[in-house]
Design a protein around this ligand. Structure first.
Ligand SMILES: Cc1cc2nc3c(=O)[nH]c(=O)nc-3n(C[C@H](O)[C@H](O)[C@H](O)COP(=O)(O)OP(=O)(O)OC[C@H]3O[C@@H](n4cnc5c(N)ncnc54)[C@H](O)[C@@H]3O)c2cc1C
Length: 381
């Protein structure tokens, strides 16, 4: 008798990391099943900015992986007919210490594989009508950043993967145990040659011993979304500002970063306190997504702080003018955080891989990580 509950690859979690592994495996002709404990993925993958942000990755392996991930993103988005905006990004500067970092990076970066350039004020203003001209010093332009709508991704990719590749999705189905060759999903046994656990910031349910000694903590971010902007108005590139140079490891290669960092700590300790750096992007439905703050620790504060959102909006308003900043939705999201590693990939038992992104870059990196993980495991081409 054939065992119906048998697949080549079983995946725990229908967030972006699980979906990326499902795509790479299914594309290689493998039979794939995805198990998600909730009615839909409700974790970091729907709560995020939707930014595919290669410029946030440090030069070398991680940046190359981000660019590869971006290629696969475009491939699947086009096949699935899901919208995305290939607008690129601007880090817009209004202070000399910010401009110094932007200029220095634009000089060093091309030889390190970044496609970016320093733009003077006039060229910056030509890229986005949202940017305020008063005091503008210029911007670091990068064409590689994309924006997707996370709401469309977590609903659209499962539909596409099941229709195009026959990937089976089991929602409302918590996986209770995983071992070599099998898992227990809501009381049903499934056999699988390979198992990928992509359970996001929850490692303690399936691997409590590993989790307790892993050094993994959590990061909470507050986010906002405006009403849709009037038809015909476009933000253009996603915008970041001086604070963001201090956030992503990419810019550590700039000697000028130290002065900027010291000034931020001195002048605006509240940004340091709440881990605030301000970015804005536009969804394909016309809304603006605005964030974010970073609060670290295993015990995620349940309660959101309007004062933090106000700091973010006040900062943004100094530098942009948009048709409407009316906030329609606010929320927080949580991702797993490790002090050293961008992602963690470990093998608790033969044939079982646990993949957790441990900084706020899972949208950017997911497809690159999935391709590498499944190749290393000898599962997919
Ligand atoms: C506010 C915010 C903004 C961000 N912005 C960006 C951005 O712009 N660009 C970027 O690159 N990254 C961004 N990130 C990071 C990115 O969202 C995460 O790295 C990524 O979504 C993690 O994906 P995941 O699939 O691992 O986790 P999740 O999306 O949390 O998915 C894990 C899934 O596993 C399920 N699960 C867990 N345990 C089980 C079980 N035992 N059985 C069945 N199912 C289970 C959960 O229900 C969940 O749906 C942001 C994160 C946040 C919070």
């Amino acid at each position: 008798m054939t065992n119906q509950k048998k697949v080549d690859v079983a995946i725990v979690g229908a967030g972006i990391v699980g979906l990326a592994h499902a795509y790479i495996a299914a594309r290689s002709g493998l039979k794939v099943a995805v198990f998600e404990r909730n009615p839909a993925a409700m974790g970091a993958s729907i709560r995020n900015f939707g930014m595919i942000w290669p410029i946030g990755q440090p030069a070398g392996t991680l940046h190359r992986m981000a660019l590869r991930s971006r290629e696969i993103w475009i491939e699947i988005l086009q096949q699935a007919n899901l919208p995305f905006l290939a607008t690129g990004s601007l880090h817009v500067t209004y202070r000399e210490d910010e401009a110094a970092v932007g200029r220095e990076f634009s000089e060093k970066a091309p030889s390190l594989g970044y496609e970016c350039a320093w733009l003077e004020s006039r060229e910056t203003l030509a890229k986005s009508s949202a940017i305020r001209p008063e005091g503008l010093l210029g911007a670091l332009w990068s064409p590689t950043e994309l924006t997707v709508d996370p709401r469309r991704i977590v609903s659209g990719l499962p539909k596409f993967l099941s229709e195009r590749y026959g990937v089976q999705f089991f929602f409302n189905t918590a996986v209770k145990a995983v071992e070599t060759g099998r898992l227990d999903a809501a009381g049903q046994r499934w056999d699988a040659e390979s198992i990928i656990v992509a359970s996001g910031d929850d490692l303690q349910t399936l691997f409590p011993e590993y989790f307790s000694q892993s050094g993994i903590s959590r990061c909470k971010l507050q986010m906002m979304r405006t009403v849709a902007q009037p038809e015909g108005w476009a933000l253009g590139p996603s915008l970041a500002f001086g604070l963001t140079f201090n956030h992503y490891p990419t810019f550590k290669i700039c000697e000028s970063l130290r002065a900027l960092k010291e000034r931020i700590e001195r002048e605006t300790p509240e940004f340091e306190q709440w881990g605030i750096h301000v970015m804005v992007s536009q969804t394909s439905a016309g809304e603006l997504t605005i964030g974010d703050s970073h609060e670290y620790g295993l015990a995620v504060d349940i309660f959101d702080k309007p004062a933090v959102n106000k700091l973010i909006l006040d900062y943004l308003l100094q530098y942009v003018t948009v048709p409407s900043l009316e906030v329609a939705e606010q929320w927080h999201g949580v991702y797993a955080k490790h002090p050293q590693h961008t992602y963690i990939n470990f093998t608790p038992a033969p044939g079982v891989r646990v993949v957790t992104v441990t900084t706020g870059v899972g949208m950017t990196m997911s497809f690159g990580i999935a391709e590498q993980t499944l190749r290393e495991a000898g599962v997919a081409a």
